[in-house]
Design a protein around this ligand. Structure first.
Ligand SMILES: Cc1cc2nc3c(=O)[nH]c(=O)nc-3n(C[C@H](O)[C@H](O)[C@H](O)COP(=O)(O)O)c2cc1C
Length: 306
């Protein structure tokens, strides 16, 4: 299994919430344990570890795709344990997948503007587990969720720890969310840095409303939001499915912009479940707008580069 070490930079192209890249690989004689580093979890904004496990699933899928493309026969065996999701191990045949390492490299979130237009029905129908909603129908929930998020000192503090808003940040090229990945202009990035630095003083004066206002209009166009609905507790498998759907969309020229705050915030998660006719709000696992971007996104940083 040592051959996998050389492939790690491509495994690491997997997406993760706040780009924390929480995964770890621990090499044994015949197997490689897939786990996570608790220092890279998000205990405040992701207390149920939903996004952590989705990210681990996306990582596992990338490991299998990249290994198969390298001609290696590798499979994954779920075996949840302390700080562990399961094991990569040798298999009789390479993982069967339509995706390649080039697809994994080409995928990326895009938080910029999208062209108007809904997903074709046949594309949406192929995305098992995904529910599709018109962007405008969720604009009110996004604003409420943003207000909730930026009104919470601890959530904002945790987000700030993963922001890399200036190239001078010592981890700019390694992890977290850069100004470029967030599609911020220099001025916007400067304003965000300044307002977050002054957050404790400005919070009572209405800063959360100003920060939440930055995404006003984000869903005010003719587009689609995809909501992944699946069993809570099955997030690693669901993360693998999410990764496959993102690769399918990326291959067709679509990108996604996750909006997890809508399901991180209890009241908006419950309201979204009600609007979708879903009984258990905990089964809403991921929310993202999807569409054809007007401009390419800057590639996000990784701790391991090829
Ligand atoms: C489970 C999960 C939740 C995410 N939630 C958000 C989110 O709420 N907002 C956002 O802008 N990006 C979100 N992202 C996207 C990550 O920030 C992104 O994957 C990471 O920065 C790496 O960038 P890349 O996807 O372009 O490679 C999420 C990604 C995952 C896997």
């Amino acid at each position: 299994m040592n051959e996998l070490r050389a492939l790690e930079p491509d495994f690491w192209r997997a997406p993760s919430a706040h780009n924390t890249q929480p995964w770890t690989l621990t090499y044994g004689a015949d197997e490689v344990a897939v786990g996570w580093d608790p220092a890279r979890a998000l205990p405040i904004s992701d207390p149920t570890e939903r996004d952590l496990r989705l990210s681990l699933g996306a990582f596992v899928e990338c490991c299998l795709i990249v290994s198969a493309d390298a001609g290696l026969s590798v499979a994954f065996r779920p075996d949840p344990g302390p700080l562990r999701a399961g094991f990569l191990h040798g298999a009789a045949q390479p993982y069967r997948t339509p995706f390649t390492t080039a697809d994994v490299r080409a995928r990326g979130a895009n938080r910029g503007e999208y062209h108007p237009g809904r997903l074709p029905d046949e594309v949406a129908a192929g995305l098992g587990g995904m529910r599709r909603v018109a962007c405008r129908e969720l604009a009110d929930l996004l604003l409420a969720a943003d207000l909730h998020q930026f009104g919470d000192r601890e959530v904002t503090r945790e987000l700030r720890a993963w922001l890399r808003l200036t190239r001078r940040h010592r981890r700019y090229l390694l992890d977290g969310l850069s100004d470029r990945a967030l599609a911020l202009s220099r001025l916007e990035s400067l304003a965000l840095r300044a307002s977050l630095a002054l957050y404790p003083a400005l919070r009572p004066l209405g800063l959360p409303r100003v920060l939440a206002g930055a995404s006003r209009g984000l869903l005010d166009y003719d587009g689609d939001v995809l909501v992944l609905v699946g069993a809570a507790g099955d997030e690693v498998e669901q993360g693998r499915l999410l990764m496959r759907h993102w690769l399918t969309l990326s291959g067709l020229g679509y990108t996604t912009h996750p909006l997890s705050q809508i399901i991180d915030c209890g009241p908006t998660r419950e309201e979204l479940a009600r609007r979708l006719g879903v009984d258990d709000p905990a089964s809403l696992l991921h929310v993202a707008r999807v569409g054809r971007p007007k401009a390419p996104a800057a590639p996000s940083a990784r701790v391991k580069e090829g």
